[in-house]
Design a protein around this ligand. Sequence first.
Ligand SMILES: [Zn+2]
Ligand SMILES: [Zn+2]
Length: 299
Amino acid sequence: MLLKISDRLSLVISETGFTYCNCLFIDDDIRTIIDTGANRNSLEEIKPDSTDLVLYTHHHIDHVRGNTYFPQAQKYIHELDYPALENLEAIIHYNCVDRWTDLMPGYDFAESGAILGMGEEQYKGLEKVEHTFGDQHIFDLGHTRVQALHTPGHSPGHCVFWFPEEELVFSGDICLTKAGPWYGEVFANPGDMLSSIERVMELKPKKIVSCHTNRVYDDAIPRLTEFKNRIYKRDERIYKYLISRAASLDEIADQNLIYLQHPTPFVLFWEKLMVLKHLDRLIEQGRVEEVEPGLYQAR
Ligand SMILES: [Zn+2]
Ligand SMILES: [Zn+2]
């Protein structure tokens, strides 16, 4: 389904779950799509065969699946996310799948992955993203200019795309959903996410649209502020829990301090990965210490 934003911009809304994403289509001299993770039917509406350019916000499977439907297009991703798509080993490492056995004893990865539709076959053909760009690169599409801004925190090379004439930002997985922000992969962390959200706010966008929300928001600043503050709230919840006790990662994760529920093993896995990132941050700030290996307490 397409949601028209302006004469040339449309949001390609995915009609499936969160292992897919919304994409932004720019109908200009150079026909361009940002991300290819919408479901096939939605992508067909913009004629993938005659699309010239594909830009990626980042390397995650929900954004790059669909890559092979664009055989004619030149494909670009930020230089720091490029290595994540080079081979299956890189994909496993970047997505922390190599931490599964350690963090999720007793849970079968293949079974859990299948629940989310994340089998190995989804990763085939992704190495065909051939080109990279750096921070502030401007793509001139004919009438539209779009600038990539490096906003790490969710992945090392995550970028938002800024349309200065429209004063619109396509914020990728600075996703503005109730569950976000997410920084569970190996090169992601809450500190970078905070700086990146601030960078987006400095643009003073009039409109913001993300990869996992189905509408265009015209209250970008309050929305981003609230989104950013969730990171501090997570810090505080973990810190408070550790004031009166020393606890292991598993015990902290069982408190649902990041996610209210753990409906699938993946959500519990992400809770653990993200609690670890907050523990690193709290230790660095001198607020928490690892009193014995694997046991954390507030100072
Ligand atoms: Zn992502
Ligand atoms: Zn996503």
